[in-house]
Design a binder for this molecule. Structure first.
Ligand code: NDP
Length: 433
């Protein structure tokens, strides 16, 4: 704690894990004796670097880039890159730390990493984005590789940015190594269903959880936050499962469409036009737009937070509960504060924690790496089927771990424990490194 006292998000992520693992350390004292906890919370490597670039006015801009290589216990570091002005060491470390357990849960051989920059892509021209990505990759390329560390997208980093990053990586290395980044365009090594994977995966996971309690998405009112990559495909799949998705948002406000959100229109606004969500009302004037409002004011049965960390605090959780929420599925990373999670658990709201519920994105990224290594491209159906299997397995393994360690039904504890055990055992077998 002393070493990282200013890193509030990182400490929050660690606190959640430590709480969940009490029973594990009691049952297996060897983890304590071998300092697994002390070692796992310290990144293997934290890289910070200067990213200078020239804007469209010819002015020199300087941002800071990061890559945290947190744990390689079970495989090459794997985790996305975030471009957002709020990015700092605490954010990158919380994301990298959570990634260790999430990646372990997928059942695939991938370690934990994360990176990004405090660069703000909003309002930048395409050429500015390209110049930034090139400068960022000029340094990052020294630290990554298809068998070492494989970045992907996150907030502010989608297919366009991954394309520019990949182009620059090839130029720096003088070699074509498609497996060095995931989330690539479909024409040069990207995987079908990667774009959809996180959002679809979250809905698959929540569907599994609902079914376990004799329910499903059909006929349920759903509210989703954000309107980016995760949100869009969570909305699409929830609607396909028969839910009525009535609201989504961006950082300026939310839209509420009682007739059900037109997801194709949101895709056009966000993915193609790169515009703001209020534009939705130009097509649907009867929908409502609330500037600066919290989307969680709208009553719903299933809440899918898919925007950013700590968007649901204790008060917001209480509002959701008062309004009759029965299930919460975290598409974003750490969207609920620790107090909010406790509210959900204490009030018997079915709660699908991020590490488990949003692991579909990185799972399909690992499938993209597998396709790249074997120089094949699988069909959408094949990848989607594997994704569904993976999400079902994560659910079952988390439920089983929760039962085994005396926390029946608690998916927060279950996911943390199941994710931890595999990494801890690998660390034991590899010695004190
Ligand atoms: P995008 O950049 O595609 O979309 C992010 C969305 O959330 C946008 O609508 C954005 O609004 C909104 N948002 C971001 N920051 C804030 C903020 N501080 N306050 C309010 N709204 C905000 O990102 P993704 O969809 O890829 O990521 C969303 C979440 O999902 C993140 O927590 C990410 O870590 C997590 N995640 C993503 C995965 C992936 O595969 N992409 C995998 C696993 C987790 P605006 O445009 O106005 O900023």
């Amino acid at each position: 704690k002393n070493r990282n006292s200013h890193e509030t998000e990182f400490l929050q992520a660690v606190e959640e894990i430590v709480e969940s693992l009490e029973g594990v350390f009691e049952k297996h004292p060897k983890y304590m004796e071998l300092g697994i906890l002390e070692r796992i919370v310290e990144p293997e490597r934290l890289i910070a670097f200067r990213v200078p670039w020239v804007d469209d006015e010819g002015k020199i801009q300087v941002n800071r880039g990061y890559r945290v290589q947190f744990s390689s216990a079970i495989g090459p570091y794997k985790g996305g890159l975030r471009f957002h002005p709020t990015v700092n060491t605490s954010i990158i470390k919380f994301l990298g730390f959570e990634q260790i357990f999430k990646n372990s849960l997928t059942g695939q051989p991938i370690g934990g990493g994360k990176g990004g920059s405090d660069f703000d892509p909003k309002g930048k021209s395409d050429l500015e984005i390209m110049r930034f990505c090139q400068s960022f990759m000029s340094e990052l390329s020294r630290h990554i590789g298809p068998d070492t560390d494989v970045p992907a997208g996150d907030i502010g980093v989608g297919a366009r940015e991954v394309g520019y990053l990949y182009g620059q990586y090839k130029k720096m290395k003088g070699a074509v190594e498609p497996g060095v980044l995931t989330g690539k365009g479909l024409g040069f090594g990207g995987s079908l269903a990667r774009k959809e994977a996180t959002g679809y995966g979250t809905v698959y996971f929540v569907q599994e959880m609902l079914k376990d309690h004799g329910q499903d998405f059909s006929g349920k009112t759903v509210v989703v936050s954000g309107s980016g990559n995760v949100s869009i495909y969570a909305m699409e799949k929830a609607a396909e499962f028969g839910a009525k998705v009535v609201a989504c948002s961006d950082s300026n406000g939310y839209i509420h469409d009682k007739n059900g959100i037109d997801v194709e229109l949101v895709k056009q606004i966000k993915e193609v036009d790169r515009d703001r969500i209020n534009i939705y009302l130009e097509t649907y004037p009867n929908a409502e737009y609330v500037a600066n409002g919290s989307v969680w004011e709208i009553p719903c049965e299933v809440a899918l937070p898919c925007a950013t960390q700590n968007e649901i605090d204790e008060e917001t959780a209480k509002t959701l509960i008062k309004n009759g929420v029965i299930a919460v599925g975290e598409g974003a990373n750490m969207p609920s504060s620790l107090e909010a999670i406790n509210q959900f658990l204490e009030n018997n709201v079915l709660f699908a924690p991020a590490k488990a519920a949003n692991a579909g994105g990185v799972a399909v990224s690992a499938l993209e790496m597998a396709q790249n290594s074997s120089r094949v491209a699988w069909s959408f159906e094949k990848v989607d089927e594997k994704l569904q299997d993976i999400m079902r397995n994560i659910y079952q393994n988390s439920i089983q771990a929760a039962n085994e360690y005396g926390k029946p039904g608690n998916l927060v504890a279950g996911a943390n424990i199941a994710g931890f055990l595999k990494v801890a055992d690998a660390m034991v077998e590899q010695g004190i490194i």
